[in-house]
Design a binder for this molecule. Sequence first.
Ligand code: GTP
Ligand code: MG
Length: 191
Amino acid sequence: PIFKQAEFYITVKSAEKILKPVYPEVAFLGRSNVGKSSLINAVLGKKNLALTSSSPGKTRGINYFLVDKKYFFVDLPGYGFAKISKSERLKWQKLIESYLLQSKLLKILCLLIDSRRDIMESDAQMVDWLQYQEKPFFIVLTKTDKLSKNQLRQVIKKYQDFFPDNHILPFSIKDKKLIADTALFIKKALN
Ligand code: GTP
Ligand code: MG
């Protein structure tokens, strides 16, 4: 396996408690329900390390996982989830922003986008912001098991045209090869 050992470390719910930089970090960002927590589990080869749910808004707060005693995997709350109050949404937004601005050892961000959806305004905004902040990131198109080969080809092309400067990887929790590709890409970025 590409990553050998992983354990839950801490949940952080306010900006002051964001961890000081200790280990190289990879963070996972994307709309609610896109599959962030599922991807973390798949890449780490653990079933229920990060809690997943079929209803959006599962991950509240920032969850840190310590991997191989030398990296942090950081599961961020999802954005773009309509069914929570505006104040709650602003709170998570601010927390994500604080994390991104403070994390000096953030080596790479993994921006997840649902491969079945059209490019959403909130994702395009996030990409703009990440570019403006000069944060290194790559895009993962999730749930590609729901697409035909031909659809997948078209989707990848569409996203490559839209985000020409970024590395784009297809992903599915049901595809061992895609999981390994993503794990390897993350590992390289962490080192
Ligand atoms: P929040 O924590 O609410 O922001 O969501 P999340 O982005 O962490 O999503 P989560 O991993 O909880 O997954 C949401 C739903 O999508 C769950 O029902 C997962 O089983 C499902 N899912 C995630 N990845 C895949 C995938 O590759 N293929 C399929 N078919 N379903 C997936
Ligand atoms: Mg989650």
